[in-house]
Design a protein around this ligand. Structure first.
Ligand code: UD1
Length: 418
């Protein structure tokens, strides 16, 4: 199993280009199941999670092929509306095939995702919505068996919380349902707007994406899409934090600044000096920082997917900073590993207090999930000496060419056999 060897305390400078967004790519790939033509996704990141989803839709009968960053998905031979446990347990976003398969075939059998490292993560909101759209839902041996022999019917959906995956699953299904669907308390993440853009290019009639009420008028058939996926705002944010930690004029380029405004505000409050350009952000190491209190929340609040990386930066800031995690109940697993590098962090329920600055020094650590792994990479970049990060298959799920991108701006990072 591969590991990353990082020798810290190198100054990073130059330009890092952001790749296509993982979290936007996944639902858009499932949108290809709504059409019987060949869809084209441009700027598609080559990541383990995207490959996993391709295997899932191939199981259903789709054919996928890739030419560099262009992913083609032929939906003409999709004939098996199911997703087995073996794939869904590897990546819970596979559950997003339920909406499109149910809408296209009137029935689908998709494994429940189960819990994951960062919490229970139920799918009750997805199922409640499909029931409201006329589907009969049964749970059978760990599978969701959904059927709507007359097709799905548009409905008014009121989510209990703004769920990203739930909003996406319903948008996908409603695009091919009869009548109008209204989603209230919808998630407002930029990836939702990117999915809406792809669906609109298929002929779907969607308004309100990016706001908390989305209206979808169902169509009887949809054309394939040709869509360029948005840049990965979490990847961009991760490298921005690297700049604030060990950078000297480190530029992160090719992403929508508005998609990471909450992070930029926090970096500014921490004392970062930065310059904004057209789709790019240039940062240097924070010299005289101030502690901050951050609370994660649904977009446009501070993203839960950035809190682990931010925590690595907080270890280097004078005073007591804190992060309150409100989205997932078990998302502080990186804390034990950051502590092995020399961080001092106290956890009290959903609040992590970070005492800084602490001198970090390299040692062997273990990645536990995707963003936790990114946090360890950042801490290792700031640590004295050599850090070995094991189980980096987590990183390969979500960061395109991480070590190459970091090497190109001066980091001493190498992939070794763990
Ligand atoms: C997506 C992102 C993930 C990010 C998360 C929150 C993808 C592939 N993943 O995950 O990276 O961390 O948004 O921004 O885009 N909930 C329920 N019942 C449901 C659905 C959700 O209780 O049916 C709860 C969850 O447990 C969680 C909250 O709602 O507490 C938000 O979850 P959700 O937005 O659905 O996260 P994901 O779509 O799984």
């Amino acid at each position: 199993m591969d590991a990353l060897k990082i020798t810290g305390r190198k100054t990073l400078s130059g330009v890092i280009s952001v790749s296509g967004s993982k979290n936007a790519t996944l639902p858009i790939v499932t949108a290809a199941l709504l059409s019987d033509g060949t869809s084209i996704l441009r700027n598609a990141p080559e990541l383990a999670d995207v490959q996993t989803l391709c295997r899932v839709i191939e199981h259903a009968g789709a054919m996928t092929s890739r030419y560099d960053d262009e992913l083609r998905i032929d939906g003409s031979r999709v004939d098996r509306p199911e997703a087995p446990y073996d794939w869904v347990r590897r990546m819970r976003a596979s559950f997003l095939v339920l909406g499109p398969l149910l809408a296209r075939f009137g029935h689908a059998r998709v494994s429940l995702p189960g819990g994951c490292a960062i919490g229970a993560r139920p799918v009750d909101q997805h199922l409640k919505a499909f029931k409201k759209m006329g589907a009969a839902i049964e749970l059978d041996a760990g599978y969701v068996v959904a059927s709507a022999p007359q097709g799905l019917q548009g409905a008014e959906i009121d989510f209990d919380m703004p769920t990203v995956g739930g909003t996406e699953n319903v948008m996908l299904a409603a695009s091919l349902a009869r009548g109008t669907t209204i989603i209230r308390n919808a998630a407002r993440e930029p990836e939702i707007a990117d999915l809406a853009k792809a669906l609109r290019s298929m002929g779907a009639k969607i308004t309100g994406d990016g706001m908390s009420e989305i209206v979808i008028e169902g169509s009887s058939s949809l054309a394939p899409f040709d869509h360029r996926v948005m840049a990965d705002r979490i990847e961009a944010g991760t490298y921005a934090v690297a700049g604030a930690l060990v950078g000297h004029d480190l530029t992160v380029q090719g992403f929508e600044i508005a998609s990471q405004q909450a992070l930029i505000d926090v970096l500014e409050a921490l004392g970062a000096q930065y310059r904004l350009g057209d789709g790019c952000l240039t940062l240097s190491k924070i010299e005289h920082g101030h502690p901050v209190e951050v609370v994660t929340g649904p977009f446009p609040e501070f993203p839960t997917d950035m809190q682990a990386q931010l925590m690595a930066l907080m270890t280097q800031i004078e005073g007591v900073s804190s992060i309150t995690e409100t989205i997932f109940e078990n998302r502080f697993m990186h804390v034990a590993e950051l502590s092995r590098l020399g961080a001092e962090i106290a956890i009290n329920g959903p609040v992590a207090s970070v005492f800084g600055p602490r001198r970090l020094s390299g040692t062997a650590v273990m990645a536990t999930d995707l963003r936790a792994s990114a946090s360890l990479v950042l801490a290792a970049l700031a640590a004295e000496g050599e850090t070995i990060i094991r189980r980096i298959y987590h990183l390969d799920r979500g960061y395109t060419d991480l070590e190459k991108k970091l090497q190109a701006v001066g980091a001493c990072v190498e992939r070794v056999e763990g």
